[in-house]
Unconditional design. Structure first.
Length: 102
C-alpha cells in the first residue's frame, strides 16, 4: 500500500487524484474517514486515450487541527476483493486566527 502525505489548514481543500479504470467496474471508496475530515468525490476525469487510466478526484477537507489517516480502497461494489489501496496521512494545521486565540 502506498502512502501519500498532505498538509493543509483547517477548512482548506486538498485534492487527491487516484487512477481508475472505468471499464473494470472498480471504483475508489474511502475507508476510515471520521467526523473531523470530510471527503467527497469531485469528478471523474476521462482518459486521454482508450485503455488508459482515468482518475477519480476527491476533495479532502479537515475541519479540526490534528493528524488523520485515511485509506482509499479500489474495488467493485459487489465484491470483497480490494484491487488497490492508498493510505493518506493528512496533517491539518490551525489557521492563523486559531493560533492567536490559543
Amino acid at each position: 500500500m502506498s502512502t501519500q502525505r498532505l498538509a493543509s489548514n483547517v477548512g482548506q481543500i486538498c485534492r487527491i487524484a487516484l487512477p481508475s479504470y472505468p471499464g473494470s467496474g472498480a471504483t475508489w471508496y474511502v475507508d476510515g474517514a471520521n467526523g473531523a475530515v470530510r471527503v467527497r468525490l469531485e469528478e471523474t476525469q476521462a482518459a486521454a486515450a482508450p485503455r488508459r487510466a482515468s482518475s477519480q478526484v476527491f476533495a479532502v477537507i479537515g475541519d479540526a487541527a490534528g493528524d488523520y489517516e485515511l485509506r482509499f480502497v479500489l474495488k467493485r461494489a459487489w465484491e470483497r476483493e480490494v484491487r488497490n489501496s492508498r493510505r493518506i496521512v493528512l496533517q491539518v494545521r490551525p489557521t492563523g486566527e486559531q493560533n492567536r486565540a490559543n
